[in-house]
Design a protein around this ligand. Structure first.
Ligand SMILES: [Zn+2]
Length: 377
């Protein structure tokens, strides 16, 4: 990696944070020289990752230090894909992490070959429909144990996958660069780039994802920890009291079995999670009680994580807490009751910044992370 490319990431992130912003302010924010900023900005303009703010009249050029720079949300995009247990989501996101389009389709079969073939087909369709944008790459997020370095799903028991080369397969099928990561690591990166409290999340943060799978990520100094085996964040089998559901590991009493969407939907007699969220929002007492019970269990896990890491922020992506204010209150109350770290719970424990688009953003963030790290490569 060249120094120019390092600097380009810093400049692009500064423009994301502060844009529209003059080059002189980017220089102060990044502590780079005016000459470096001019060179890097020219390269980023050339690739259409940034643009000069519309109010600036006249021909573009490098000798105009006061013309504000901004992220260009229209010329390029990334594809975000998310593989859940019952379905897959394919989305298009701009450089601000905004979802331009997203489609969710149930799996035809859960074997890797059919899921990945269907994903590749949908990525090709999305590209054809959005031909005017240049696609920079594909990001894939999923649960289980994901090796981000090799782009492999090492183990995803709920899907029954083992050593599936997701990155290599989709690259071969689509011709695009593909990166793969776990739900929580992807969403933590999204919080750091685009989240409601991005600045604090860059200091230190923990992310807890609760869907059909449960996983965790933590970050300090802006860097999401991967671990030497890419295995960090496995909390699926944390023991919880009073859970009779059998887990994919064969035991009972595991957090993931107690709080998974499948368990919740089954207990609620619903067809899917979103209809259950809607029922709870419309005052269905039984649905609300099930979400609150889930929030209590998730709250206890969150309390443990808070005490373990003492992060600046702890972000929870869980459908109830994200969409039903009463559930977030229950979750926070449970954290306050069980944590001994003395944190200001409402300030530290937060719902995801992306409640309506969490799966699309998870996938997209895996690709956008790379764009913001090395925008010129
Ligand atoms: Zn288990």
């Amino acid at each position: 990696m060249t120094r120019h490319s390092d600097s380009a990431g810093a400049v692009l992130r500064a423009v994301l944070d502060h844009g529209p912003v003059p080059r002189s302010s980017v220089a102060r924010a990044t502590r780079l020289s005016a000459a470096s900023i001019s060179g890097v900005a020219a390269s980023l303009l050339d690739r259409e990752l940034i643009r000069e703010a519309p109010e600036a009249a006249g021909p573009p050029g490098i000798g105009r230090p006061h013309v504000p720079l901004d992220i260009n949300p229209e010329a390029v995009a990334v594809v975000g894909a998310h593989i859940a247990v019952p379905h897959a989501t394919v989305a298009l996101l701009d450089l601000r992490g905004q979802v331009i389009a997203q489609h969710r389709t149930p799996h035809d079969g859960r074997d890797p070959a059919s899921v990945l073939a269907s994903l590749a087909e949908r990525i090709r369709t999305l590209r054809e429909k959005r031909g005017k944008r240049r696609i920079l790459g594909v990001g894939v997020a999923t649960g289980g144990w994901v090796d981000a370095v090799t782009g492999t799903v090492v183990e995803h028991p709920a899907l029954g996958w083992r050593d599936v080369p997701v990155g290599a397969t989709l690259t071969a099928e689509t011709g695009l660069p593909v990166r793969v990561d776990s739900n929580s690591r992807a969403l933590l990166r999204a919080e750091q780039l685009f989240g409601a409290v991005a600045g604090r999340a860059r200091q230190s943060a923990v992310h807890l994802f609760v869907g059909n799978v449960v996983d965790v990520a933590f970050a300090t100094g802006g860097v999401v920890h991967q671990g030497p085996r890419s295995a960090a964040g496995a909390v699926a089998h944390l023991s919880v009291e009073g859970c009779a559901e059998r887990c994919s590991c064969g035991r009972t009493g595991c957090l993931q079995a107690a709080v998974s969407e499948q368990t919740l939907v089954c207990r609620g007699g619903a067809t899917d999670l979103l209809s259950m969220v809607a029922a709870a929002q419309n005052g269905d007492a039984r649905a609300l009680a099930l979400f609150e019970e889930r929030a209590r269990l998730v709250g206890r896990a969150a309390a443990l994580l808070l005490d373990l890491f003492d992060p600046e922020v702890l972000v929870v992506a869980e459908a109830g807490a994200n969409r039903i204010p009463a559930c977030l209150e229950v979750l926070r109350a449970e954290v306050a009751a069980w944590s001994t770290a003395g944190a200001d719970v409402p300030e530290v424990v937060r719902a995801t910044s992306f409640p309506a688009t969490v799966l699309a953003v998870a996938g997209g963030a895996v690709a956008l992370d790379q764009v913001y790290a090395r925008p010129l490569s």
